[in-house]
Design a protein around this ligand. Structure first.
Ligand SMILES: NC(=O)C1=CN([C@@H]2O[C@H](COP(=O)(O)OP(=O)(O)OC[C@H]3O[C@@H](n4cnc5c(N)ncnc54)[C@H](O)[C@@H]3O)[C@@H](O)[C@H]2O)C=CC1
Ligand SMILES: O=C(O)C(=O)Cc1ccc(O)cc1
Length: 315
């Protein structure tokens, strides 16, 4: 069984995710050599100042030429360009993966560009923050978090196992699903929450009757939680919306219907309906917290350990 080590790893894109990978790869000794590449010379210089790699280049093709594992960590809309650039330089037998928040569109962009001599295995670590850039990464980011692979029908199981061992060594738990299913699940659990946050913070910002200083001064913790999500990288989230369009629109349609139902209940003073919904949603939160207390439940375990819920008893 593989130990997750690769002689040379190329990281294309060195923002929050790429730099977190660089840090954990270094800490765990998962590569003999880390080659860092990104489009912007300023970002590359910063990565070098932070000592994230062993070699640095703005030329992605040069970065991948000796790489046994290539991980592309760029906004999803740039995946096709990156694949086209690196394709002629890839070593036969190399594993090429990504970390993009959407999967079907990344596969549609990258798979046709890559040669048959490499193993393309799309991936997505369900781990992140609202921050971006090489300074924001940290080696612990993937600890006890899911990393989902959406392998292609022709994916070599041995290559998938090698990549899984790598991510396990980074601290992640592995799951696989088909790309369309991934995109639907992520649309509701990740993409919609961000879109709703962008929207509510935008609405508050537009309000004429409440001054901006009052929004800042009186923002209660609920609104503050939204502002954290709404501070996420605009390029990344623009691309998520553009490249997971169908699934997001489907979930938004359901969301709007439910919001209409809620609006009616408020208008007609239907306390029973409001109480039923709010009780049901509280149960969801409790289930998540309970699941997080299990040793192997990845997504919320770390947060629960760090910030135990006070006074919240199991339902
Ligand atoms: N931020 C988050 O919480 C998470 C992000 N992701 C996914 O990871 C990917 C990267 O996101 P972050 O690291 O957060 O973004 P980031 O904004 O921190 O970093 C993006 C990096 O890509 C580089 N880049 C942009 N366009 C490029 C191009 N055409 N060629 C080469 N490099 C290019 C930038 O210079 C930068 O180094 C995205 O696809 C995102 O959907 C996945 C999980 C969590
Ligand atoms: O910051 C948060 O709360 C996140 O939800 C981070 C995140 C953003 C995008 C992903 O594809 C996965 C995780």
């Amino acid at each position: 069984m593989s130990d997750g080590h690769f002689p040379t790893i190329a990281l294309i894109g060195i923002g929050l995710i790429g730099s977190s990978l660089a840090r954990v790869v270094r800490r765990e000794g998962l590569a003999d050599r880390i080659v860092v590449s990104t489009r912007s010379a300023d970002t590359l210089k910063r990565a070098e100042e932070l000592g994230l790699g062993d070699a640095y280049t703005t030329d992605a093709a040069e970065a991948v030429q000796d790489a046994d594992l290539v991980i592309v960590s760029v906004p999803v809309g740039a995946s096709g360009d990156v694949a086209r650039t690196i394709a002629p330089a890839l070593k036969a037998g190399a594993i090429v993966s990504d970390v993009g928040s959407t999967k079907a569109s990344v596969i549609a962009q990258m798979a046709p560009e890559l040669p048959d001599t490499v193993h393309f295995i799309p991936g997505h670590p369900l781990a992140g923050t609202e921050k971006s850039g090489p300074d924001s990464g940290f080696a612990e980011l993937f600890e006890n978090r899911w990393c989902i692979f959406t392998p292609l029908p022709e994916t070599d199981p041995a290559a998938l196992e090698k990549l899984s061992a790598f991510w396990r060594a980074c601290g992640a738990n592995i799951d696989t699903m088909d790309p369309e299913h991934h995109d639907k699940v992520l649309a509701i659990v990740s993409h919609l929450p961000h879109i709703i946050a962008y929207n509510i913070v935008g609405t508050a910002d537009d309000l004429q009757t409440v001054t901006k200083s009052e929004v800042i001064k009186y923002s209660a913790s609920g609104f503050r939680d939204f502002t954290r999500l709404a501070a996420s990288d605009p390029t990344m989230w623009r691309d998520v919306c553009l490249y997971n369009r169908e699934a997001i629109l489907e979930m938004l349609a359901r969301f709007s219907e439910d919001l209409f139902f809620l609006q009616r209940a408020i208008r007609w003073g239907d306390g029973e309906k409001l109480f039923d919904l709010f009780s049901r949603t509280r149960d969801v939160r409790r289930s998540i917290i309970e699941a997080g207390q299990e040793v192997n439940a990845p997504d919320f375990g770390r947060q629960v350990a760090a910030h135990p819920e006070k006074g919240s008893k199991p339902a």
